[in-house]
Design a protein around this ligand. Structure first.
Ligand code: A3P
Length: 327
């Protein structure tokens, strides 16, 4: 690992001071390596890029916010740890007493808090999560040896609806969070200036990586997870090097993972309800139940006009034209 000296810190702050910036309704964003990052994330990103040492069997769960991160965390954990923790219909399971975000950490936040020793202590295979685009992951992750990455994408119209509801419940705005304008958020996504945006570059970075290295990067869609969760769980388990055996299939192990992680089940668990406390992240204080809202595809139709939908679809279609990927 690189030696971490005070000089590194000085370099980081000079670098941060020189970045282009814009004020988003939620946070100040800095344009770092082509991505609009919330300012409070940048030091953690720099530390992660410099100092993370992947193990070959690590699995990084990646997503643009509100695209199915929490579901993916639950499914990946339940599938990876199924021998230690059988996901049977009843009985003890970590997902019945811990929020998925307490089981799988956001790796940038771990580095931002200087808590990377906690990552070293995790048993293999380690599961971690990130909202960074592929292009911002540490070279040690993306290079030949690297580790495994699973990405989940979602129709951007549903993403922006989900994000609006989430931020209205979570952010510490000077104004009342309930006043957060849907149109402003929608415009930022369309303009490519939303946090972690441009959103089309985000999805493309992982799409290209998955095409180039399918053994290293698995690309999933929220809508496919909805359509056939079991099939996605099989792909996930196989990708993580833990395919379901014929005996497990016969015993209903895939269905047990699907049921444990289902929206209805997760939302109903006491630990995922608000009274179990909030999750702090930068300038967000997130009620635990804010990660489980409606859990369907197509809710955008209840929030935007057909014209808005056509505008967003058109922008993404154009930005993704000729790439081989479309929503
Ligand atoms: P909605 O707001 O549309 O309901 P993320 O986990 O990336 O923050 O994404 C949150 C979105 O995923 C929310 O979408 C949430 O309801 C949905 N979600 C969370 N857990 C889910 C599950 N187990 N099954 C299906 N959707 C889930």
């Amino acid at each position: 690992a690189d030696e971490h000296t005070p000089r590194d810190k000085d370099l980081s702050s000079d670098l941060v001071a020189a970045l282009p910036r814009r004020q988003d309704p939620i946070a100040e964003l800095l344009l770092y390596q082509g991505c609009w990052l919330p300012k409070y994330w940048v030091p953690g990103v720099i530390e992660f890029q410099r100092r993370f040492n992947p193990r070959p069997d690590d699995v990084v769960l990646a997503s643009y916010p509100k695209c199915g991160t929490t579901w993916l965390m639950a499914l990946a954990f339940a599938a990876a740890a199924r021998r230690a923790y059988p996901p049977a219909a009843t009985g003890e399971h970590p997902l019945r007493r811990l929020h998925p975000h307490d089981i799988v950490s956001f790796v940038v936040e771990v580095f931002a808090r200087g808590e990377e020793a906690k990552l070293d202590a995790l048993p293999s295979p380690r599961l971690m999560s990130t909202h960074l685009p592929f292009t911002l992951l540490p070279p040690r992750v993306t290079a030949g040896g690297g580790c495994k990455v699973v990405y989940v994408c979602r129709d951007p119209k549903d993403m922006v609806v989900s994000l609006w509801h989430f931020l209205r419940r979570s952010c510490k705005l000077p104004s009342k969070p309930e006043d957060l304008s849907f149109d402003e958020l929608f415009d930022a996504v369309c303009d490519g200036t939303s946090a972690l945006g441009p959103a089309w570059d985000h999805v493309l970075s992982y799409w290209r990586a998955a095409v180039a290295r399918p053994d290293r990067v698995l690309f999933l869609r929220y809508e496919d997870l909805q359509r056939d969760t079991g099939e996605s769980v099989r792909r996930l388990a196989e990708f993580m090097g833990r395919p379901f055996s014929a005996a497990e299939e016969a015993a209903g192990a895939v269905a047990a993972v699907v049921e444990l992680c289902s929206f209805g089940n997760m939302k109903a668990l006491e630990v995922n309800k608000n009274k179990a406390g909030s999750v702090a992240s930068g300038n967000l204080v997130i009620p635990r139940d804010a990660f489980f809202r409606k859990g369907v595809a197509g809710d955008w139709a209840n929030h935007m006009t057909p014209e808005m939908a056509a505008r967003m679809d058109g922008i993404f279609r154009e930005e993704l034209l000729g790439t081989g990927f479309s929503f």
